[in-house]
Design a protein around this ligand. Structure first.
Ligand SMILES: Cc1ncc(COP(=O)(O)O)c(C=O)c1O
Length: 385
């Protein structure tokens, strides 16, 4: 696990802002800032100017997030009928979606088609057969697996065909009457470097050229997936620098190929801040334990499912002591950190969790039937004017 960044203290203005939000909306809270999301989208789009961005809804499936991205002209990567329904309720056009779940039930396909989604990802022959009844209305992206040792979450173990399977699968798709538009991959979430993206782009480039020598309709779409990282260590991550080698690899592709990406984490992680309150404290074997009103069954669920260590901030200064921070449930796994250096906290003090937009609220549970963190939306750009 990565080391946790902890910020001790806050400016009076900063502290007053968090306190005011809790006074108004209660605790625990998840505070979504539309302005930050807009900035992230614009930075990623500037770093990958020739790539159409399809937001991976699974990272944070919230109306206000989708509306903000919709207003920027983003597309959407959907993986379930529930995600499609959310888009439908916001009147987003199905034409701006791709269905990326490689394993689908017939109902998932029919729901997607009814909504107007016509691009589907597959990675094997059995999945292709499911699409045959709808073949006149759809295009297919074939997902290729690229195992990634340097990603925090390897997404190519469960999905994706091997490189060597590609020519035969394209041929099989043609025999089934399916239109293969191109290839897709996901080199893993929270990538530590762009190397795997570059390797996968180069490999798919070669595969597509090879297949196009004999294919009935040439493959001309490449979907480079997600994996763009969040700045969990608050080191001032530079997406432009991260994407430079990716851009270079994309520049080598034929100019008329259509390029897509499915970013989730990079867009939403910094747009959401968690605010929790100390609701209890105890001294156990000489170590202070602080009990918060949110934990790993709630907004901090990504510590379990997503292997993420979120940066924290306490608003006060003081002598630091190794302390334990826990969530509110009765389960002993509900510990946010076993050894975090903190000043002495009192009941009612706030703990701020930064970079908490991706795979947090999306994976929370209702264990112990404790209340969810309220999700509120702010817009710093508007507040500042
Ligand atoms: C198919 C697919 N696309 C996109 C994403 C988003 O990836 P990330 O959040 O790393 O950008 C995921 C994450 O699980 C995924 O499974």
């Amino acid at each position: 696990m990565a080391r946790r960044k902890v910020i001790i203290g806050a400016t009076p203005e900063e502290a007053a802002r968090w306190q005011a939000l809790v006074s108004k909306h209660g605790s625990p809270l998840l505070v979504f800032d539309r302005h930050v999301l807009r900035q992230q989208y614009e930075k990623l789009q500037a770093a990958l100017p020739d790539v159409s961005l399809y937001y991976a809804i699974k990272a944070l499936p919230h109306n206000d997030v989708l509306q903000t991205l919709d207003s920027l002209g983003a597309g959407f990567d959907v993986a379930s009928s529930g995600e499609l329904e959310l888009l439908l309720s916001l009147k987003v056009s199905g034409r701006r979606t791709i269905h990326t779940h490689p394993i689908k039930r017939d109902k998932d396909i029919r729901d997607a088609l009814r909504f107007g989604s016509t691009t589907f990802v597959v990675d094997n022959h059995d999945e292709m057969k499911k699409l045959v009844p709808y073949r006149s209305r759809i295009g297919v992206l074939l997902r290729v697996s690229f195992r990634s040792e340097n990603a925090v979450v390897d997404l190519s173990r469960k999905f994706g065909c091997t490189e060597s399977d590609v020519p035969a699968l394209v041929q099989a798709a043609e025999q089934l009457g399916l239109h293969v538009k191109g290839l897709s991959f996901h080199v893993g979430s929270q990538c530590q470097s762009p190397d795997k993206h570059v390797e996968a782009i180069q490999c798919c480039h070669a595969l597509m050229l090879q297949v196009n020598e004999t294919a009935r309709a040439p493959l001309a779409t490449l979907d480079i997936g997600g994996g763009f990282p969040a700045d969990y260590e608050l080191k001032g991550f530079d997406i432009e620098r991260f994407c430079a080698p990716i851009r270079e690899a994309l520049n080598d592709l034929p100019a008329d190929w259509h390029l897509l990406a499915e970013p989730g984490r990079y867009l939403v992680a910094p747009a959401v801040t968690s605010i929790t309150t100390v609701i209890g404290k105890a001294m156990r074997n000489g170590t202070p334990w602080y009990y918060l009103d949110d934990g790993v069954y709630g907004s901090y669920s990504g510590q379990i499912y997503d292997h993420t260590v979120y940066p924290l901030q306490v608003l006060k200064q003081g002598e630091l002591t190794e302390s334990v921070l826990t969530g509110p449930t009765c389960d002993s796994i509900d510990v946010i950190d076993e050894a975090v250096a903190l000043p002495e906290l009192e009941i009612g003090d706030l703990i701020i969790g930064h970079q908490m937009g991706a795979y947090t609220a999306a994976t929370k549970t209702r264990f112990n039937l404790l209340p969810d963190a309220a999700f509120i939306t702010i817009d710093q750009a508007v507040a500042a004017t």
